[in-house]
Design a protein around this ligand. Structure first.
Ligand code: ADP
Ligand code: TZD
Ligand code: MG
Length: 589
């Protein structure tokens, strides 16, 4: 019922009165969007205001949904993408039209590539002007541009369709293989007012957005038969397994079968890296040696050398190594994308793993001791070698002596979130810093992308409320560095460690002509710690492992936004870290 104030008659006091006239209550597009999101359990939106969504950002906040405003849409988008991975709900990124949309689009494509559920909502200009290309403010046919880069894209023109639009976006993002969805909201939509009761009746609370997909019995049987006949079985856990949040069942599968496992980067911690069946420290031994490999939510893409070639014991660059593969994945099209998959098991990982567990029962024969003993021997050797390297205390610090500190700190704080990007700063952290719990390590992902850092820090802190530790290459940090203001503004418990080796991979290159700095080097001896001080955060320059340890421990104790400039030997890194071989041959000597 609308409250109206009648104009005061001369001399008489103004009295508010309830109008009983047939004035139907209305609701506008802004509020329908917010109610639809809330109804579907969306409690956080990451974005950046401007025409036509400034008021929407205010109203979202006013409605009690957390509105996290960034300094660049790409960071907001990365935050949304990783919030999707961590929570299993679509992460929402909200941007303005054309340039803001494009800034967010990189993250949407990243979400799709990584199988993270995310929705990019962008305001857009007037359709009739855009379609006639008459030159509107921030004119762009955003829907057409988004389409090839995401899983689905929708535009909503009428307020009555907001409910359907948001429901479709949610379903597309989280069902089947998760991915990015684009939702186009032209400016005019927000101001449209319709009857409130009718408007609300059009909203949809999505029922069973990510339905379980039960694997076929014969597929499970085929997989178990293959596994049972294996002499040297291996399980590979990927980030799909982490996303599926069925950690106890995955652990039971590994432990009941006694099969050694490898964790892909973001799957580290589903089982602790220190587990007796963890084979990470013997990776280069187990990949070529294994006879049956079960992939659980991991693709045979470049990160696994496409399942063939020398890494897998193949004679040549692209030859098959002779392994049989079982692949558990929600996408029926994933199998055979690189090598033959002998036993695809299509379904959601939770359902697939519990079906396998049921088939395994209790009398499963462990793999031959020869296999596990050989792995343990390799592991022991490599772990001892690593311990020796980590114990060194060179001056200046190198990646190992600095990461030895991070390794201890993560061990003592296993609930902390670890964000990681860079080249050497990434590869060394992945191999040196053990993870103990699922979904604690978030990094560059399938593309090996720089720029996820600060967006991931914000989302990790906001969605998990845990302490965040970010290990950042100095180059990697630069892609999103301005978001330290965002971190300070929301007072998030984030400790950023910039591994400062003066450049991309190392800091030693020179311009052969002597004119400019080399393309890979930065200002020598830069003090990244001072950046955060501009916003009231804590900056620390750490030149020794002891200083680094003290600074991170203090950051965790205080939960204050902290940036530590870790001074790393500029000669310590290698070109492209572990993937030097991917550089085209001109680089190869
Ligand atoms: P990694 O980089 O860790 O190897 P990938 O991103 O390559 O992992 O692979 C993840 C795989 O997990 C994708 O093929 C995706 O289809 C699959 N996946 C994601 N979520 C689920 C789920 N809930 N159930 C089954 N498979 C899933
Ligand atoms: N741009 C984007 C978006 N992603 C990328 N991966 C690159 C560029 C290329 N690139 C890498 O693959 S790693 C890297 C770049 C620029 C930075 C490496 O330098 P760093 O790490 O300082 O972050 P290290 O420790 O010095 O190796
Ligand atoms: Mg560097």
């Amino acid at each position: 019922m609308a409250i109206v104030t009648e104009p005061a008659a001369a001399g008489a006091p103004a009295t508010p009165a309830v109008s009983h006239a047939a004035q139907p209550e209305t609701i506008d597009g802004f509020h329908l969007v917010i109610e639809a999101l809330k109804m579907n359990g969306i409690d956080t939106v990451f974005g950046l205001p401007g025409i036509p969504i400034t008021d929407l950002t205010r109203m979202i906040q006013g409605a009690g949904v957390r509105m996290i405003a960034f300094r660049h849409e790409q960071s907001a988008g990365y935050a949304a993408s990783i919030a999707g991975f961590l929570t299993g709900k679509p992460g929402i990124c909200l941007t303005v039209s054309a340039p803001g949309f494009l800034n967010g689009l990189t993250a949407l494509a990243h979400a799709t590539t990584n199988c993270f559920p995310m929705i990019l909502i962008s305001g857009s200009s007037e359709r009739e002007i855009v379609d006639l290309q008459q030159g509107d403010y921030e004119e762009m046919d955003q829907l057409a541009i988004a389409k090839p880069l995401c899983k689905a894209a929708f535009r909503v023109l009428n307020a009555e369709d907001i409910g359907v639009g948001i429901a479709r976006a949610i379903r597309a993002a989280v069902s089947g293989r998760p991915g990015g969805v684009y939702l186009d909201f032209p400016a005019k939509l927000f101001a449209q007012s319709i009857d409130a009761a009718h408007g609300r009746s059009t909203l949809i609370k999505v029922v069973d957005a990510a339905p379980r997909q039960i694997p076929a019995g014969e597929a499970v049987k085929r997989a178990l038969e293959l596994l049972r006949g294996a002499k040297k079985p291996l399980i590979v856990l990927g980030k799909g397994a982490a996303y599926a949040q069925c950690d106890a069942d995955i652990r039971a599968l590994v432990e009941k079968t006694g099969i050694p496992y490898l964790s892909m980067s973001m799957a580290k911690g589903i089982l602790p890296d220190t587990h007796e069946l963890a084979a990470g420290a013997a990776r280069s031994f187990v990949l070529p040696e294994a006879d049956v490999v079960m992939l659980v939510g991991a693709r045979l893409n470049w990160l696994l050398s496409h399942g063939k070639g020398k890494t897998w014991g193949g004679a040549g660059h692209k030859s098959w190594g002779g392994q049989k593969f079982i692949q558990i994945d929600i996408s029926p099209q994933e199998a055979d994308s690189n090598v033959r998959i002998d036993a695809p098991v299509v379904g959601d990982i939770g359902s697939c793993v519990s079906a396998l567990l049921a088939g395994i029962g209790n009398g499963w024969a462990k793999p031959p001791a020869g296999w596990t003993d050989a792995i343990n021997e390799r592991k022991a050797k490599n772990v001892a070698k690593m311990a020796e390297t980590l114990a060194k205390d060179p001056s200046p610090m190198n990646f190992h002596s600095a990461l030895n500190v991070v390794r201890d700190i993560v061990k003592a704080n296993p609930d902390a979130m670890l964000v990681n990007e860079g080249a050497n700063a990434l590869d060394f952290t992945r191999s040196i810093v053990d993870m103990y719990k699922p979904r604690k390590r978030i990094d560059v992902g399938t593309w090996g992308i720089m720029g996820i850092g600060m967006g991931y820090c914000v989302a990790a802190a906001v969605t998990t409320k845990q302490q965040v530790i970010a290990v950042e290459g100095d180059s990697a940090f630069g892609f999103s560095g301005m978001e330290v203001e965002t971190i300070c503004r929301y007072d998030l418990p984030v400790c950023i460690v910039v591994m400062n080796n003066n450049g991309v991979y190392k800091g030693t290159d020179v311009d052969p002509t002597g004119r400019d700095p080399a393309p890979t080097v930065f200002v020598k001896g830069a003090r990244y710690d001072r950046i955060i001080e501009a916003f009231g955060g804590v900056g620390v320059n750490a030149a020794t492992p002891a200083e680094l340890r003290r600074a991170i421990e203090e950051a965790i104790r205080s939960r204050k936004p902290t940036l530590i400039n870790a001074v790393i030997d500029e000669t310590a890194g290698t070109e492209s870290g572990r993937i030097t071989s991917l550089n085209p041959s001109a680089k190869k000597k």
